[in-house]
Design a protein around this ligand. Structure first.
Ligand SMILES: O=C(O)CNC(=O)c1n[nH]c2ccccc2c1=O
Ligand SMILES: [Fe+2]
Length: 222
């Protein structure tokens, strides 16, 4: 209905204003209930089906001090697969990607007074679907784009229902440059999306996860 389209349109504008404000103030932005339960579950189903089909590349081997003993054991880190969202039976992932695209592109236009970091976003990577298989799999502290490879915004959509950070770990901790002794702790909760500047302003780490942890990441270029 055009009433529904009207409210959807207002939602998008509201979301874009939040993204512009938070990116300008904090260099990061978290939005919950991004797709809504129904569409979020549809995306999760497609990711789980892909994971079962074995298309994910095996995560790199990570040496990991085991919790109790000091001996080093190797565990598998993140397992990933790349997709453009046009694959068969992945239309919901495709719709997610289009929604993130429209928000980033619109926010970039709306913030023409350089409030989206003075970038002119003109493209993005494919979508990287990542699975941390649990058993302590993690990602060491890093910067996504340390050497000006063109990526300026990281967008991560999380798919983890009933995630209990105390039991399951897998916290994303960002160490925003310029924040003295403060960090941003982001739980990888279902239907949550996170945006942050991809460069040295946002070193971050994925803390050890003890339950399978899924996320879809897009990097936008300027
Ligand atoms: O999942 C998260 O909360 C954050 N995740 C990351 O920062 C992250 N960053 N860079 C990567 C590069 C290759 C494969 C996986 C990754 C990866 O999960
Ligand atoms: Fe990262």
């Amino acid at each position: 209905t055009d009433q529904q389209q009207h409210t959807d349109h207002l939602d998008i504008i509201q979301v874009c204003q939040n993204v512009i404000r938070d990116m300008h103030q904090y260099g990061l932005c978290v939005i919950d209930k991004f797709l809504g339960e129904k569409k979020g579950l549809a995306v999760l189903d497609e990711v789980l089906r892909m994971y079962q089909s074995g298309v994910f590349k095996d995560g790199q081997l990570v040496r990991n001090k085991s919790t109790n003993k000091q001996d080093l054991k190797t565990i598998r880190g993140d397992q990933i697969t790349w997709m453009d969202g046009r694959e068969t039976d992945c239309s919901n992932i495709g719709q997610l990607i289009s929604k993130v695209d429209s928000i980033i592109m619109r926010a970039n236009r709306m913030a023409n007074n350089g409030h989206m970091g003075d970038y002119v976003i003109n493209g993005r990577t494919k979508a990287m679907v990542a699975c941390y298989p649990g058993h302590g799999s993690h990602y060491v502290k890093h910067v996504d784009n340390p050497n000006q490879d063109g990526r300026c915004i990281t967008a991560i959509y999380y798919l983890n229902r009933d995630w209990d950070i105390k039991q399951n770990g897998g916290l994303l901790r960002i160490f925003p440059e310029g924040w003295t002794d403060q960090v941003a702790d982001i739980e990888p909760l279902f239907d949550r999306i996170l945006f942050f500047w991809s460069d040295r302003r946002n070193p971050h780490e994925v803390q050890p996860a003890y339950k399978t942890r899924y996320a879809i990441t897009l990097w936008y270029f300027d």
